[in-house]
Design a protein around this ligand. Structure first.
Ligand code: GLY
Length: 311
């Protein structure tokens, strides 16, 4: 008797925004590293959950992205991180939000998924749960990089001047979308999704965005698809856009059409900006964004490919 194996697929993103030319190389490098880590988990026979956790961990560890160390700062100059991981085989889910002392919030989300009867922890309770399960608690300062201190200072000066101070150039809704995410399909035919973020530039302390909310910035179900989003969180949350997109696939859309439709809906309904990746259990993928650029990578048995697409 032969056992049919699914061909694994890993699709990741490293943000969709007005990425400047001088940030492209770092994004390509970070995406390539994350792709290697996630793909090696799948090649070793790991699950889709293992693969998305591994890929997102690498991007959290890379200062380039708005996830883990190097994230955008809150108005009061701290890093507050949100992450969600979901298993499409059984809908088991783990989420953390507003954590300040974890280097890898996606690993805390994995612990919640694996070890807790609950689904979602926030703040000090999330940190305590992670510490009880073996994760190190670090100083918040260890997550802060000088680039982000300078960016926050420039943004606050720009805001205080009523827009006349030009040290900060750019529109925040187009300049702070460097959230990372991954969707994977393993050889058993199961999909999973993970999303991790430091949120938006100069967010109010305690603000939680779309990334770690089920069905908003992340969702996975073998009966439809796995999805991860990046973008300005508030419109994505109001539209529950991740679930909206996978439901279209369940209703017969291709992942690519669902990706295009989701970004159109985000813009036409609420003027939102962002990017989306989708992966169906048959291995078909979708990707769309309405930002100037989006960083992405895909791995399958045929090889690895990465890109920074432009609009
Ligand atoms: N998409 C990231 C956030 O708005 O928090």
């Amino acid at each position: 008797m032969s056992i049919t194996r699914t061909q694994p697929v890993l699709l990741i993103h490293g943000g969709a925004w007005a990425m400047p030319d001088d940030a492209i190389e770092a994004h390509q490098h970070g995406i390539a590293n994350a792709l290697r880590a996630g793909w090696s988990a799948l090649e070793r026979g790991g699950t889709a959950v293992d693969a998305v956790e591994a890929a997102v961990t690498v991007m959290e560890d890379d200062d380039t992205f708005d996830a883990g160390r190097g994230s955008f700062l809150t108005r009061d100059g701290r890093v507050q991180l949100d992450a969600l991981l979901m298993n499409g085989e059984n809908l088991r889910t783990g989420g953390v939000a507003c954590v300040e002392r974890l280097r890898n919030p996606i690993q805390a989300a994995r612990l919640v998924l694996d070890k807790s009867p609950h689904v979602y922890f926030v703040g000090s309770g999330a940190e305590q749960f992670a510490a009880e399960h073996g994760m190190n608690l670090i100083a918040n300062a260890d997550l802060i990089v000088p680039r982000e201190r300078d960016r926050l200072t420039a943004f606050l000066a720009h805001e205080a001047s009523g827009g006349t101070d030009t040290t900060f150039s750019g529109e925040p809704t187009l300049h702070s979308h460097d959230t990372v995410g991954a969707v994977a399909l393993d050889r058993h035919g199961n999909v999973a999704a993970a999303t991790s973020t430091g949120g938006t530039l100069a967010k109010a302390p305690g603000r939680v965005g779309d990334s770690s909310l089920i069905g908003c910035g992340c969702y996975a179900d073998n009966l439809s698809a796995a999805v991860s989003l990046t973008g300005w969180g508030e419109p994505i949350m109001k539209l529950v856009l991740g679930k909206w997109a996978v439901d279209r696939i369940a209703a017969g859309s291709s992942p690519q059409q669902a990706a295009i439709d989701a970004i159109d809906y985000l813009y036409t309904r609420l003027g939102g900006h962002g990017g989306i990746i989708l992966l169906a259990p048959d291995g078909s993928i979708g990707l769309a964004h309405n930002t100037p650029r989006m960083a992405w990578g895909i791995a399958n048995p045929q090889g690895h490919q990465l890109g920074i697409t432009r609009n």
